[in-house]
Design a protein around this ligand. Structure first.
Ligand SMILES: C[S@@+](CC[C@H](N)C(=O)[O-])C[C@H]1O[C@@H](n2cnc3c(N)ncnc32)[C@H](O)[C@@H]1O
Length: 233
């Protein structure tokens, strides 16, 4: 047990991430979620109240932090759909192949140590026609900002839970074999440009790329009420 990394940092993350500035991006992120949803890096569960209970049949939230998952349980208690919270890493998802309609990631790809493995796992668990919804900060377009992001990342990463300032999110998704169905980039939040360049969009496994961004997840839009909110750690 490391006091900063395991106890203090998760509370700092919760304190920062619950800032109201993030709310419009959160709403945009989760609005298209349908069917069986996997949220990677669910953190303290701040997205959970924002899912549409008419569209989502269940949400499985995974995160390596026990403290954040404990905070997420409070959010899970109030949802109108079943929520399962599991302590796990995106690099090794405890799920069978092709079982998820929507994967959601908000401000998480920056922190995952094995980003290529995690993206491969996301592809593996998405069913054909499924979608990966993301909003992530990352490498800025402006070369001067990107240079500073690269220089500062080695100093920032140990303080901020492994967060890289300089990940080229769209390129990483393409390298992982995703097709980008929708992408918006730019400085989406007020604040220092090192931290505020964002990538927001929808990625799909290649077979679904020509079928339109909505895919077939709509077919399972009706909620599955089986089981009450089950929270696990
Ligand atoms: C900046 S926080 C964002 C949390 C949450 N998505 C939100 O929007 O509030 C980054 C999250 O990534 C999680 N994380 C770090 N490494 C991870 C990994 N290998 N797999 C999944 N999540 C990870 C952290 O525990 C943390 O909850």
């Amino acid at each position: 047990m490391h006091p900063y990394r395991d106890l203090l940092l998760p509370r700092l993350i919760h304190g920062v991430m619950r800032d109201a500035r993030f709310l419009p991006l959160r709403r945009t992120l989760v609005a298209p979620a349908r069917g069986r949803v996997l949220e990677i890096g669910v953190g303290s569960g701040l997205d959970l109240p924002l899912y549409d209970p008419r569209r989502v049949s269940m949400v499985l939230g995974i995160d390596p932090s026990a403290v954040l998952l404990r905070l997420a349980r409070r959010q899970a208690a109030a949802t109108a759909f079943p929520v399962r919270l599991l302590r796990a890493e995106a690099e090794r998802l405890p799920l069978a192949d092709a079982t998820i309609d929507t994967v959601v990631s908000g401000w998480t790809l920056c922190s995952i140590p094995g980003i290529a493995a995690a993206l491969a796992e996301i592809r593996r668990v998405l069913r054909p026609g499924g979608r990966f919804l993301f909003v992530e900060h990352g490498r800025a377009e402006d070369p001067a900002i990107a240079r500073w992001q690269r220089r500062l990342t080695p100093l920032w990463r140990p303080l901020a839970g492994g967060c890289h300032l300089d990940r080229p999110i769209a390129r990483l998704l393409a390298e992982a074999g995703f097709a980008i169905a929708e992408l918006e980039t730019g400085y989406m939040l007020a604040g220092p440009r090192l931290f505020t360049y964002h990538y927001r969009g929808v990625a799909v496994p290649p077979a679904a790329a020509g079928e339109g961004a909505s895919g077939g997840a709509e077919a399972e839009a009706a909620p599955d009420r089986e089981g009450d909110a089950a929270c696990e750690r």
